[in-house]
Design a protein around this ligand. Structure first.
Ligand code: NAD
Length: 340
């Protein structure tokens, strides 16, 4: 009996790893919706899915989540009652969202609403939303827990993620949709987006270009390896549903590593991996950046059996192996951002 997964943003970094995982499991029919947004080179996204090019269990629908005809095509031939929608497509990155707030809102909030409508109307079995640690803003009390009440995002990107979460909650309450929100903490590993710190630092150190350090280098991020994130997504897709009368099941989970790394230590670890010293250009703190991210993952551990296990060193080595194999397809990408 096939199970169906509709993965938006499935050609991207995290989405393509989820595609690998589901097709390796064997009993999934996978539909990817992706518009190959030009935020970074198309060739990277094509190479992310290349190994499944001839697999009849994967269907790629190239199009925009805001386009209803694209969504109709994606659902064609899918039994929605056996379908999980994993919604990963988004405009990503904190810093570019400052100048493009309306476009971020259109894709991340209105786009999510389009998918929620489809999932509700077709009675999809489960809707899983990729959210972000950025919804916690500059909350000083760490580690961050899902039941913290006063969430104050500090960038348009973070605000769109929180708004998408709230629409998902409303659809669960109002329309009985079973839904799960996953707050990812800075994800790294093979295929990482070129704008994210680890990828940008490797690329630049390798070319003897200066890397940009915003602030004194004392900010920290809860770097989480992509296979651990995908394992958390997989477990969330299968989670048991506890429903209130007339409502769908709704839960929020942090997916992080719970071991924040200070920026200076990250740079030192990358220098060790590269065997080269970084030339560091120190710039002022950026508006929209947060000083720390730190996940409490007890809820995911207890309810999903989530157990992140990949160390920073092992994850960096896997990234380097992938990077060296694919180096020729990277164009210089100067749009760097520390969270996403
Ligand atoms: P990514 O950019 O590699 O993947 C997103 C994909 O969505 C891309 O392939 C892009 O082409 C596609 N897309 C964008 N707009 C679209 C549209 N309108 N219609 C169809 N497809 C569209 O990013 P990623 O790092 O894999 O992030 C995946 C999700 O995880 C995003 O929702 C992001 O906000 C969230 N997230 C990522 C991180 C991280 O560290 N990478 C952290 C927190 C949250």
């Amino acid at each position: 009996m096939p199970k169906y997964a509709i993965i938006t943003g499935g050609a991207g970094f995290i989405g393509s790893h989820l595609v690998d995982r589901l097709l390796d499991e064997g009993d999934w029919q996978v539909v990817v919706i992706d518009n190959f947004h030009p935020g970074y080179p198309r060739a990277i996204k094509e190479s992310n899915l290349a190994r499944h090019r001839d697999d009849p269990r994967l269907r790629l629908v190239e199009g925009d989540i805001l386009d209803d005809a694209t969504l109709d095509t994606a659902f064609y031939g899918v039994d929605p009652r056996k379908a999980v929608v994993v919604h990963l497509a988004a405009l990503v990155g904190v810093r570019p969202s400052m100048a493009m707030a309306r476009e971020y809102h259109r894709v991340n909030v209105t786009g999510t609403l389009h998918l929620l409508e489809q999932a509700r109307a077709r009675q999809a079995a489960h809707f899983v939303l990729a959210s972000s640690s950025s919804v916690y803003g500059k909350e000083p009390a760490v580690p961050w827990r899902e039941d913290m009440e006063r969430l104050e995002p500090v960038s348009p990107y973070a605000a769109t993620k929180l708004a998408a979460e709230e629409f998902t909650r409303v659809y669960a309450r109002l329309h009985g949709l079973d839904a799960t929100v996953l707050r990812f903490f800075t994800v790294f590993g093979p295929r990482q987006r070129p704008d994210l710190a680890i990828h940008a630092f490797f690329r630049k150190i390798g070319r003897a270009e200066p890397i940009q350090q915003f602030g004194a280098g004392l900010t920290s991020r809860d770097y989480t390896y992509v296979a651990d994130i995908v394992d958390g997504v997989r477990r969330a897709m299968d989670r048991p549903m506890v429903r209130k009368p007339g409502q769908g099941s709704f839960e929020i989970f942090n997916l992080g590593h719970s071991e924040p790394i200070v920026l200076k230590d990250l740079i030192a670890a990358i220098e060790r991996e590269c065997g080269q010293q970084a030339v560091v250009e120190v710039l002022p703190d950026q508006p929209g950046d947060v000083p720390h991210t730190y996940a409490d993952v007890e809820k995911a551990r207890k309810q999903l059996g989530y157990e992140p296990s990949t160390s920073l060193g092992a994850g960096l080595r896997a990234f380097v192996d992938w990077f060296r194999e694919h180096e020729e397809i990277f164009q210089p990408v100067e749009r760097d951002t520390p969270t996403g």
